[in-house]
Design a protein around this ligand. Structure first.
Ligand SMILES: [Zn+2]
Length: 208
């Protein structure tokens, strides 16, 4: 479990900000972990703001909703730069579904942290093909604290790090039902990818 290094500096003249990233596959509990950290800050009467990309409208447009239905009010934003304007006066800024923002999210998080704000970003580290997703790799490189949470492989019960897409759709961003995905470990993910690949052409070696 992640233990915050320091969370209260309201009485400290030199405010210090930093960046935390919570990443992992689908069904790994990223959003639950984000909500856990934000809720505890809010209980301590810190000013907390939560943002998410407006394209993620799977559930309710103004809630960051995790799959276990723990929910917390959030503000949908179209572009990362909006967060800079809306986060003024916050102690803690949470950002969910970070992978859906463009690369400017990295600079936005840096500016927030430089101005003394604790920034917590949750997001998918890899897309459905196992490729680093959106601004997440750059955020992982620039964050002070990184937590990679894991799911459980639906095929074998091992620790899962991949989001395997069970339906045929080749767009990187596919919003919709979570039942279009399965959490899978590396071998089970590879097995699924290979099973989906078109069969290699068979060339006859016989001479006619
Ligand atoms: Zn497995």
């Amino acid at each position: 479990m992640f233990i915050e290094p320091r969370v209260g500096n309201r009485h400290n003249a030199s405010r210090r900000g930093w960046i935390e990233v919570v990443c992992g596959s689908m069904f790994s509990g990223k959003t639950e972990e984000l909500i856990r950290r934000l809720t505890r800050a809010r209980i301590a009467r810190q000013r907390v703001e939560i943002f998410k990309p407006s394209l993620d409208t799977r559930y309710h447009t103004e809630d960051v909703v995790s799959h276990n239905a723990a929910r917390i009010r959030s503000t949908p934003v179209a572009v990362a730069s909006e967060i800079l304007l809306l986060a003024a006066g916050s102690d803690v800024v949470g950002i969910d579904e970070g992978q859906f923002f463009d690369s400017s999210l990295v600079d936005v998080c840096q500016q927030l942290a430089n101005s003394g704000i604790r920034v917590i970003v949750a997001g998918l580290d890899m897309d459905y093909l196992g490729r680093p997703f959106g601004p997440m790799p750059d955020l992982l490189a620039t964050a002070e604290y990184v937590t990679k949470v894991h799911a459980v492989c639906v095929c074998c019960g091992e620790i899962a790090t991949y989001s395997y897409r069970v339906v045929a759709n080749e767009s990187q961003v596919m919003l919709g039902e979570t039942d279009s995905y399965e959490a899978r470990c590396r071998p089970c993910f590879l097995e699924g990818i290979q099973a989906k690949a078109p069969a290699p052409e068979t060339h006859s070696t016989a001479t006619h």
